[in-house]
Design a protein around this ligand. Sequence first.
Ligand SMILES: C[S@@+](CC[C@H](N)C(=O)[O-])C[C@H]1O[C@@H](n2cnc3c(N)ncnc32)[C@H](O)[C@@H]1O
Length: 270
Amino acid sequence: MSHCPSGTGGFAEALRAVLGDLLTLRAGLDITLTDSDSGIDLLISGRVSLDLARREALAIFAESHDLASVHVLDDGFLDPVSVRRAPKMRFGEVEAPLPPGGFVQATKEGEMALLEAILEWTAGVTHCADLFAGIGTFSLPLVRHSTVHAVEGARSAVEALRKAVHGTQSLKQVTLDHRDLFRRPLAAHELNRFGSVIIDPPRAGAAAQMTELARSAVPAVIAVSCNPNTFARDARLLVDGGYDLVCVRPVDQFLWSPHVELVARFLKTA
Ligand SMILES: C[S@@+](CC[C@H](N)C(=O)[O-])C[C@H]1O[C@@H](n2cnc3c(N)ncnc32)[C@H](O)[C@@H]1O
């Protein structure tokens, strides 16, 4: 945590103290800390009723630890408790706003390793699709050499990517699609115009979308996965559809955990 002035241990203790009895409630809370380029974004999700004293304590905590922002998400309602700076992430030359608790790769080094493979394997490709695009981790660096059709299910992420694209000159064309790819995967005939498809689903994988990819004529698929089990299931769908798995690179980015990220390259051969 490069923005954590008191060290990770001291910070965790101080956060525990400010949350106090909220942490002991039976419903439980999810705490998400994201080290954005403008400082730490803290999202507290769960059944939280903030009285004035607790709200002030959180605002003072944000001030004393120089947090970018603190939000509480309770039953779909997002409460901006303290927004000192808008959280942002830089991808390539482009800055994207980070929605509270928005998805980013677990480490910058891991993100760079994934991106290196993606840029290497899409060299010379002029039309790419980025499925499960998030706020543009891969789409934004890719637009240096390719048009990108970015598809994502979280509205806040799509809006963040839209702002990033609109605020930037000299990018190749980016088209955005807010879409639930589990229920409405891109069909094979919609995929066929792309030279390469990048797909980075959540841990559940993307069986429905892989089935359509397997039916398509897309020459190359790059799959990013944080779950080797669902990756193996989805890779089988592609291989049965005529793709060869030509390379898998593990990316050991989940610190203090046995989990592993990977990026894999498939080429259509049949
Ligand atoms: C592993 S993250 C990858 C995000 C992005 N590629 C990145 O590297 O930052 C998976 C993304 O899939 C999105 N997602 C989850 N379920 C989805 C669905 N059913 N349809 C479309 N997108 C979904 C999440 O919001 C998240 O942004």
